[in-house]
Design a protein around this ligand. Structure first.
Ligand code: DQA
Length: 142
């Protein structure tokens, strides 16, 4: 099974970025852990990060054509307002699980609304980087 892990804006600077909110782990460390976890589950885990909305949409459209079986997606701040990303998630035939490191419902009120959630298979929020592993397990079980 091929699984795409998609990271949105500002997640490339994990480790330096508000570490008390998002943790001290870097994105490279998280991606490597997911790749290894994927190996244990016989899944090919490929990660991609972009700060730009269009590149994230392109990655989802590309995954529609390459046999991807599921996607773990942290859309970052786009979660709260990107209709274009929501439409891309709605368009793909495979399940997409929305992940947030922080609990988006326990922060500023503008973070408690996700335009992605209604078209995602499910959402995991508030468990730090463990959330990505939980999502991977959920996709493996699909
Ligand atoms: C985030 C939560 C978003 O509100 C924020 O804009 C991010 C990260 C999270 O992982 O907790 O960039 O998606």
């Amino acid at each position: 099974k091929k699984i795409l892990v998609l990271h949105g804006p500002n997640l490339n600077i994990l480790g330096q970025r508000e570490p008390t909110v998002y943790g001290f782990e870097t994105l490279a460390e998280i991606d490597e852990r997911l790749r290894k976890k994927g190996e244990e589950l016989s899944c090919l885990v490929e990660s991609f990060q972009s700060n730009s909305e269009g590149a994230l949409i392109d990655a989802l459209q590309c995954a529609m054509r390459d046999g991807t079986a599921g996607c773990v997606f942290n859309p970052g701040a786009y979660t709260h307002y990107s209709i274009a990303l929501r439409d891309a998630v709605a368009a793909v035939q495979f399940p997409v699980i929305e992940v947030h490191l922080s609990n988006i419902y326990a922060r500023e009120s503008f973070r408690s609304h996700s335009v992605i959630a209604p078209v995602a298979k499910g959402q995991i929020s508030g468990f730090g980087s463990l959330g990505y592993e939980l999502a991977l397990l959920a996709l493996h079980a699909q």
